[in-house]
Design a protein around this ligand. Structure first.
Ligand SMILES: [Zn+2]
Length: 89
């Protein structure tokens, strides 16, 4: 997924512009793994194998996302109903 395209995505919940954090790029500087975060509602949307996961909360599964987050050293906020990351430190 090209970075230019990712910058055009907005939060499905409130249409805010998302902040992009890149973890893995391929040789053509496409983004393979990363994180889109909404500054408005604080939801996160992971980018896995080049695909941003932007499904609504009700169709997302914490169990499926936890291993991905763990790999990136991040954790899901279990006390939040929405998909929010736990602030570390
Ligand atoms: Zn949002």
């Amino acid at each position: 997924m090209r970075e230019e395209f990712l910058h055009k995505l907005c939060c499905p919940q409130d249409k805010s512009d998302l902040e992009l954090e890149v973890f893995v790029r391929d040789t053509e500087s496409s983004i393979i793994e990363g994180m889109l975060t909404c500054p408005e509602c604080e939801r996160f949307y992971p980018i896995v194998q080049g695909v941003p996961i932007m499904t609504p909360d009700e169709y997302r599964q914490r169990k499926l996302e936890e291993p991905i987050l763990k790999k990136w050293g991040l954790r899901l906020n279990d006390s939040s109903k929405k998909f929010e990351l736990l602030e570390e430190g």
